[in-house]
Every structure is written in structure tokens, then in C-alpha cells.
Design a protein around this ligand. Structure first.
Ligand code: GLY
Ligand code: MN
Ligand code: MN
Length: 442
């Protein structure tokens, strides 16, 4: 890892120490315990699903797979990391990397969890002092574990303030998101090559994982690899084993974690059997994505940018002969919403759908507009935010069918011709800077 990244991480941890001190003091707390979380076993089994640590825990240590561990933060004190690292011949015990950031923490290794029934010197007791708070997925810990902590659980205003802190990325975090993007793009290039080679969904997924250098349990979200009409299923969750006979389209929405931080990138390709009109629509959506990305700047309302997407989707529907009225009519009559039911994008960070997108800076709710309930970000953009820009256009029968009984001038013949292509989404990851934006997706 480069010295530059380690220096940035050093500054990032120093920033967290200052910010947490201020936030804890403002909210009247003397100490805070952050639980990493742990995976629960499948019912009646001894295996667990893949695990992802709590975002506020990762914010400090950047380790997405650490379980049963705690951070204690106290204003003016060094952070205390209680790392669960049992002596275990079934698994490789957790080890911290040999990296400079570890020196910023007092590290306590324990072979017992806090909820362990074991007694003895190795049992963790967390040194919470004064007015204390505890956050994280603590509901699944036994009640008896938390009682001795004498801490307020999940103080809402405190958690909102910490979420707000996460919304604004430090230069270290932006560097991690950029590297996650670089790795993910290698996967996307391999996916495209596999599609050209007539691979099916599973083989495209395997090509993606190999080229982006990750195992499936480490992906930040389940990769969406949709051929043909599957490209129109927004969160399509399967991988067909066999390639289809006709190859109209491929949509790949796939990411990568780097030191906890997530890439979330989508690309759509027209296949050899697609109507010419589909290829033209893909080109139009790529241009729309580019234009929306270049509109990202401090002071821009994300809701306004989302509305701009709808206006331009209306123009694309008209220009590509899918709608024989005006762009304004397509927006006003809800036609663009039937073709694109999701939001323009969301905040991105340690979670793919990162925190604080639907709150005002003071933590009060800032819900999505009634007409756009799926929008996950209603904030005014500020430097340090990282967002996705992901315009889409789909042929989803469930949404389009009700419009068939209206006299809206939709070109149903063309819709039916394009339906086997499923849909299009193009998604980049964009950092808001002081003067505008940086596109992190190469
Ligand atoms: N990959 C999920 C999303 O784009 O929001
Ligand atoms: Mn995505
Ligand atoms: Mn996204």
C-alpha cells in the first residue's frame, strides 16, 4: 500500500478523533461503545451468511469482516479497539494488518466475546465511563450482556450526527472509493468481453469476480448480471447457467470493496441480436449519464438533478420515437416514471446505499418527494459527498401495462420490439469537490 494512502489514513483518523470528540461533547456523552456486529447462524445450522461490519465501526478501522469486536471512543483519549481473536484451530484467527494506522489504537485482543459465559481474565469488560452510549447491532446480543454496560442504547440524535459525519468523505475515503472503482472497472471490462464471447450470466459473473480480484462473499452487494429481459429486473438476483440463444442485451451492476469502501457501477451493452434502436438508446443513455455527472457541483439540489434526469428522459423518449408527444408531457403524465421507477442515485461510502441521504443536516427527516418515492438522496450537494449517478430506462411490463389503456401517445409497437432487451442503466460514482465534481469511475 502506498505511503500516500497511509498518510491520508492517518489524517482521516485524526479527523475522526476531533469530530467524535466534538459530537460526543455536544450530545453530552463521555464515552461511546461501537459494536462491529456478528453474523447469525442459519436456523438449526452452524453456518452463517456473509458478514459486513457496522458502518461506524468500519469508519475507524476499515475492516469489513471483523466480528464480535468493539471500539471505545472517549473525547481526548486514544481509541480502544477490543478485537475478538479467539485461539481457534477451525479458523484462521483474526489478525490486524501490519499497517501504520494500527498505532493510532490501543488494541486489546480477546479470545472471548463480551457475551461469553466464560469467566476469567480474558472476558471483555468494556471501560465505559461517565455518561455512556452504545451503538451497533446490539439487539441480538443477550440482554444480560448489555445491562452491565449502563449505557444509553442507540441515542437517535447522536447516531444522526455520526451519520452526517459519514456523508462527507475525507481525502482518504475518496482515495479508497477511487481504488474500489478501478478494481471494479477491470471486472466490468471482463464482463463485456465474456458477453462478446457469448457467455451466459453465471460465466459473466465468474469473469467479473476473477478480473476484479474478489470472492463472491466479499462483494458489497449481490452483482446484478442480467441478459435480455433480465436487464429490466431492477435487482435481478439469479445467474442463469446457460447462455440464451438470442443475445439482445447485457446489464451488469457490480461493485468491489476496497478497505471497506464500495464501488457501485453499472454498464449496459447492446448484443448482436438487438434492434438498432436499442443500441441508439444505449448511446443516448450514456450521453445522459455524462451530462448529469457534469451537472454535479456544490449547491446543486439532488432532487432537482433527479427532475432534470426525468426531463431529459422525456427528450430521449421523444427523440427515439418511443413517445409521440412532447418531453414535458411525458414527464407530466408519469410516462418517464413508468420507464424509470428508481432514483437518480444515492450517497456512496462504507455502505452501497450510504447513510444520511434522507435527512437534513440537523438529522430531521428529508423524505423523498411523493412522486419519486424511490429517491434515496434529497440533499443539496456539498464538497466531500460521493454519490452515484445512475439514469435508467426499462421496459417493465408491470409499470407500462396500465398506460396501455390510456390515449398517451406511446409507440407500443416499438416498446414491444425493445421489451426483450429488458432495459438500460449506466452508473458512475462521483465525488463533489469545491469547484464541481470528480468522476471516480474511470
Ligand atoms: N447496485 C444497487 C444500486 O445501484 O443502487
Ligand atoms: Mn448499482
Ligand atoms: Mn447505485
Amino acid at each position: 500500500m502506498s505511503t500516500t494512502l497511509f498518510n491520508l489514513q492517518h489524517d482521516h483518523i485524526a479527523h475522526l478523533q476531533r469530530a467524535y470528540s466534538d459530537i460526543l461533547t455536544d450530545h453530552g456523552f463521555d464515552s461511546l461503545a461501537i459494536y462491529s456486529g456478528h453474523a447469525s447462524e442459519h436456523f438449526a445450522d452452524d453456518h452463517t451468511p456473509p458478514f459486513q461490519a457496522y458502518g461506524h465501526f468500519m469508519h475507524w478501522v476499515g475492516l469489513a469482516d471483523v466480528q464480535h469486536s468493539w471500539l471505545i471512543i472517549q473525547p481526548g483519549e486514544r481509541p480502544q479497539l477490543y478485537l475478538y481473536a479467539p485461539a481457534d484451530f477451525w479458523h484462521l484467527p483474526t489478525q490486524l494488518p501490519d499497517e501504520p494506522w494500527v498505532e493510532a489504537f490501543d488494541v486489546h485482543l480477546s479470545s472471548n466475546t463480551i457475551d461469553s459465559n466464560e469467566t476469567g481474565s480474558d472476558k471483555i469488560s468494556l471501560p465505559l465511563s461517565g455518561n455512556a452510549a452504545v451503538i451497533g447491532d446490539i439487539e441480538r446480543l443477550p440482554t444480560c450482556t448489555l445491562q452491565p454496560l449502563k449505557a444509553e442504547r442507540h441515542p437517535e440524535r447522536l447516531v444522526h450526527a455520526l451519520d452526517e459525519l459519514r456523508l462527507f468523505k475525507t481525502p482518504y475515503e475518496v482515495a479508497c472509493l477511487r481504488e474500489a472503482n478501478r478494481l471494479a472497472i477491470a471486472g466490468h471490462q471482463a464482463s463485456q468481453a465474456a458477453f462478446i464471447g457469448a457467455a451466459g450470466e453465471l460465466d459473466i459473473q465468474l469473469a467479473y469476480l476473477a478480473a476484479s480480484r474478489q470472492r463472491e462473499s466479499n462483494v458489497p452487494y449481490q452483482n446484478i448480471i442480467g441478459l435480455n429481459e433480465h436487464a429490466g429486473v431492477l435487482h435481478y438476483q439469479h445467474y442463469d447457467l446457460q447462455p440464451p440463444k438470442q443475445r439482445y442485451s447485457l446489464l451488469v451492476d457490480a461493485g468491489r470493496r476496497f478497505r471497506g469502501y464500495c464501488a457501485d457501477i453499472t454498464r449496459t451493452y447492446a448484443g448482436p441480436d438487438a434492434p438498432v434502436a436499442f443500441g441508439e438508446l444505449v448511446t443516448a443513455m450514456q450521453a445522459l449519464k455524462k451530462e448529469l455527472v457534469s451537472s454535479v457541483a456544490p449547491g446543486v439540489s439532488f432532487v432537482t438533478l433527479h427532475e432534470q434526469m426525468h426531463q431529459q428522459l422525456g427528450e430521449i423518449l421523444v427523440a427515439n420515437d418511443l413517445f409521440k408527444g412532447t418531453a414535458e408531457q411525458a414527464v407530466a403524465e408519469g410516462v418517464t416514471r413508468a420507464f424509470c421507477p428508481h432514483g437518480l442515485g444515492h450517497s456512496l461510502g462504507l455502505q452501497v446505499h450510504d447513510v444520511a441521504g434522507l435527512r437534513h443536516p440537523d438529522g430531521t427527516p428529508a423524505p423523498a418527494p411523493e412522486q419519486h418515492p424511490a429517491l434515496r438522496l434529497t440533499r443539496t450537494l456539498r464538497p466531500g459527498m460521493v454519490v452515484t449517478i445512475e439514469p435508467g430506462l426499462y421496459f417493465i411490463n408491470m409499470l407500462l401495462a396500465p398506460l396501455r389503456n390510456t390515449d398517451l401517445p406511446i409507440n407500443w409497437q416499438l416498446v414491444d420490439q425493445l421489451a426483450p432487451c429488458g432495459g438500460i442503466r449506466i452508473e458512475d460514482n462521483v465525488a463533489v469537490t469545491e469547484s464541481g465534481f470528480t468522476n471516480l469511475t474511470p
